[in-house]
Design a protein around this ligand. Structure first.
Ligand code: SF4
Length: 223
């Protein structure tokens, strides 16, 4: 069996609000975001654990943990359907962190009621998407966003902000795009943290001009 899990964070209270969770870090990703602080996971083909290892761990944690966060890398690079069925059979809730690149799998997971919460990254406007993610997956993201909205599942949209990559006009345009796609909930924007990252980015010296920020959505800043 392949070791498709790079690592497991055995316990967290912060990743899935109000739930004691573990985080499963799946290997590989179909994007190469400049600010990505997980280059080792993104570039890895093999990790520390198999799915059987994960299930063995979860069996021992029944009653102690409430939820499993599927993250990465990009978790939907792997077929999550059977994995989620096994996790659900142990009565855990499942949160998926995704870049939205695999609408087909997200749809199937939702149709089979295998997810409880989804956090989806909105990387950039269409114009800047390729430059920032090194991928052509913008349309996939929009499709995933629409699938989530129509499904009625609890979900959130979040953006990582590096002032050299996105400016206030981009964030305003991204709010418009979300509204056009019927997203009316809180919009989470997290500031870039200067740690090891794919593009070797340093903190920006450019200012983000808050006075020009539209507040069409309720923006929640995360550090
Ligand atoms: S930040 Fe980008 S490259 Fe890194 S894991 Fe997420 S989608 Fe992949």
């Amino acid at each position: 069996m392949k070791k498709i899990i790079y690592n497991i964070t055995k316990f967290t209270t912060t990743d899935y609000k109000d739930h004691l969770s573990c985080i499963v870090w799946f290997t590989s990703c179909n994007m190469r975001c400049e600010y990505c602080y997980n280059p080792d996971i993104v570039n890895s083909k093999s990790g520390l654990y198999t799915i059987d290892d994960l299930l063995g761990f979860l069996k021992k944690r029944v009653g102690l943990l409430e939820a499993v966060v599927l993250s990465g890398g990009e978790a939907t690079m792997h077929n999550l359907i059977e994995i989620c069925k096994e996790i659900k059979a142990l009565d855990y809730k499942i949160k998926l962190d995704t870049n939205g690149s695999n609408p087909k799998q997200i749809k199937e997971l939702l149709e089979k009621e295998l997810l409880d919460f989804v956090a989806i990254d909105f990387k950039a406007t269409k114009n800047k998407f390729k430059e920032i993610t090194k991928s052509n997956l913008y349309d996939n993201f929009i499709e995933s966003l629409n699938i989530l909205e129509k499904s009625g599942i609890e979900y959130e949209v979040r953006t990582t902000l590096h002032n050299d990559l996105l400016n206030v006009h981009d964030i305003n345009e991204m709010q418009d795009i979300l509204i056009e796609n019927n997203y009316k909930k809180d919009y989470f924007v997290q500031n870039f943290l200067e740690v090891e990252n794919i593009g070797d980015l340093k903190s920006s010296t450019q200012k983000f001009d808050l006075s020009k920020l539209d507040n069409k959505l309720n923006i929640i800043w995360r550090n």
